[in-house]
Design a binder for this molecule. Structure first.
Ligand code: URA
Length: 291
């Protein structure tokens, strides 16, 4: 087998291109980590051919073939965190529910989310992406999860899809001073991968409480994951969109909700912009009807 680490510039460029195409667009540590240096030699296997009765004489440890590490940088000390990433469990989900349910204001909710270590996405994200806009707004929009730009700025929908969202809002006379924007998941999943159902369940109490505290007159679900999570349905977004649904808060308030297409989807499928336009006109009409 050939060495796993290329050492000529073309091979390195190919490897980086491979990583980029696989969605690995960011380093998680300040310096590269030599994982080979962390490998410990396996204990020698018991001799398969040794007679069962005989106790084998002590042998010197077998020489393990080791990768050539002379070309690799020394492993830096691992980043020390006050909390470490773990497999999330039901106890963490219960803690999230309890922290969210007892947060009495948006500020308190934000602080509790910032201090919550039960979702592993927090450990790879740069920032908590809590919300943008006006917490007094009549309209609250909820997307799926922050992307790279949102993670860097700590604000939702500030990248390409955010710019499209701003234009869609402007088309019905709204902007970030008249809407409130958040996501189901407040930490960027690494490489923008889809959040797992477990991550969504862990984060769900926070966004539900956020909606309850904002108490908008109208909720807009941007994309399938937001609609499915907050409207308790498994229907696809192309069937859901354009039809009013209800989001029920824990305290029993029924908030009219309009599921619509996610701006990132519209960037990939511009022919469907007309559908989102219809949905936004519905939102405008509902706001007028509600007075
Ligand atoms: N997509 C989302 O769902 N949310 C963001 O904040 C950005 C992109």
């Amino acid at each position: 087998m050939t060495a796993a680490f290329p050492n000529n510039p073309n091979d390195i460029a190919d490897l980086l291109a491979f990583y980029a195409s696989a969605g690995v667009d960011e380093a998680l540590e300040e310096a590269p980590v030599n994982r080979f240096a962390e490998m410990t030699p396996k204990p020698p296997r018991p001799e398969a051919t040794a007679p069962a009765r005989e106790t084998p004489a002590p042998r010197p440890p077998a020489q393990q073939p080791r990768p050539d590490m002379s070309r690799l940088p020394d492993a830096p000390p691992a980043r020390v965190s006050s909390a470490t990433a773990t497999v999330p469990d039901e106890a963490q989900a219960a803690l999230a529910r309890q922290l969210a349910a007892t947060a009495s204001s948006l500020d308190e909710l934000r602080q509790r989310m910032a201090g919550f270590d039960g979702c592993n996405l927090k450990f790879t994200a740069k920032n908590l992406v809590f919300a943008d806009g006006n917490p007094e707004a009549s309209v609250m929009l909820v997307g799926e999860a922050p992307g790279r730009d949102e993670d860097i700025e700590g604000l939702p929908f500030v990248g390409r899809s955010g710019r499209l969202l701003d234009r869609m809002l402007a088309a019905i006379g709204l902007d970030r001073t008249s809407v409130y924007i958040a996501n189901v998941i407040p930490w960027r999943p690494p490489g923008n991968r889809t959040p797992t159902p477990h991550e969504t369940e862990i984060c769900r109490p926070f966004i539900e409480r956020q909606i309850e505290l904002v108490n908008p007159r109208v909720l807009v679900n941007l994309g399938g994951p937001s609609a499915k999570t907050l409207l308790n349905t498994t229907e696809g977004i192309l069937r859901l969109r354009g039809n009013w649904r209800v989001h029920m808060t824990a305290s029993g308030t029924a908030i009219p909700a309009m599921p619509t297409l996610h701006p990132a989807y519209l960037l990939r499928t511009p022919a469907h912009k007309k559908l989102a336009w219809r949905d936004f006109l519905e939102v405008k009409a509902k706001l007028r009807a509600l007075g």
